[in-house]
Design a protein around this ligand. Sequence first.
Ligand SMILES: Cc1cc2nc3c(=O)[nH]c(=O)nc-3n(C[C@H](O)[C@H](O)[C@H](O)COP(=O)(O)O)c2cc1C
Length: 179
Amino acid sequence: MEAQKSVDLYIEFLRTRRSIRKYRNEPVPLDLILKVLDVARYAPSARNIQPWEFIVVTDSVVKNRLAEVYPWPQPIRGAPVGIVVICDSKSSPNTYQQDCANSINYIMLAAHAYGLGTVWQGILRDEERLQVQRILNIPSEKVPIAIIAVGWPAEKPEPRSRKPLEEIVYINSYGNRVK
Ligand SMILES: Cc1cc2nc3c(=O)[nH]c(=O)nc-3n(C[C@H](O)[C@H](O)[C@H](O)COP(=O)(O)O)c2cc1C
């Protein structure tokens, strides 16, 4: 009974993470960010290479420079903290993007557990990547793939819609729907 309750709570926890783009004007202690990043270390990675590194950005001048990399407004500008996720493309040339994406999910879920809001900002275009590398002095073989804006939530967004299970699940062969 107790075990079932914990399972239900954990599933509910996973389902209630939302991207948060508005934050209270309150600092987030560095210790708490380090606790979140401590959890990120447990994300799975191919051959357990763990090709991730993280830059915690609290300086508002640097945050604004990161925000200016994008042609449209991004939540990092109003967030007390940004975490830039950097991946070592040399040590894991085939899987670094996937490995680091796992660490990002761990960061967002650990932050959610501590009551913090996050949103994943992709560093998608070469131009964005080069600018972020320049701003943060990141060596060329280390690829920044995302900035995670972090702060105490100042909004409670409605859940975004999700595709129904029957649209995305097949059994044994593509197209063979479960329902
Ligand atoms: C690879 C990736 C890139 C994203 N980039 C941005 C972004 O640049 N700006 C932003 O506001 N949200 C960004 N998001 C957040 C998504 O918009 C969000 O996760 C999605 O709409 C689902 O909403 P939810 O996270 O609240 O469930 C990104 C998410 C992912 C996985």
